[in-house]
Write a protein that binds this ligand. Structure first.
Ligand SMILES: [Cu+2]
Length: 157
């Protein structure tokens, strides 16, 4: 997973990735330093088995950190994704991590970074709470609860 970091980095807003930033884990887990605000999951018709989760993330660590994985008991598979414009066509692709620069908000939102939930185990409805576990680059994890909401703009997959 780490070997793919440079490839992913070129996609994310041209941010330079300092590999030295991924040093030994601090005494406190990264999960304790990340604020998760307003997590939600896009409501979908019952016949659809795929949706996405969005939220705001902000790390208070003094070096760049990463979300490296996500999982949910409500989904058979969970992937970190982002959308890119490719010759004017919006496409989405899997990424191996989400950058968390020091003290800078990172927005997971429709049309941008998102957490993809595949093979939902049951239909979801607005108001439901979907548990999602985020895993950070030091192995620490954070469970959040994302409310299912109707999102106006549907994305192509
Ligand atoms: Cu996606």
């Amino acid at each position: 997973m780490k070997s793919a970091k440079s490839a992913v980095c070129s996609v994310i807003a041209g941010l330079a990735l300092g590999l030295s930033a991924v040093g030994p884990a601090a005494a406190d887990g990264v999960a304790d330093k990340v604020t998760v605000t307003d997590p939600y999951v896009r409501a979908i018709p019952p016949v659809i088995k795929t949706t996405a989760a969005f939220m705001q993330l902000q790390s208070s660590d003094d070096v760049e950190r990463f979300v490296v994985d996500a999982s949910s008991p409500a989904a058979g598979a969970v992937e970190l994704h982002m959308h890119t414009m490719d010759d004017g066509v919006m496409r989405m692709r899997r990424i191996v991590h989400i950058h968390l620069p020091p003290n800078k908000p990172v927005s997971l939102e429709p049309g941008g970074l998102h957490i993809m939930l595949f093979d939902l185990t049951a239909p979801i409805a607005p108001g439901d709470q979907i548990p999602i576990t985020l895993t950070f680059d030091d192995g620490s994890t954070r469970e959040i609860s994302a409310e299912v909401r109707t999102v106006e703009s549907m994305m192509k997959h």
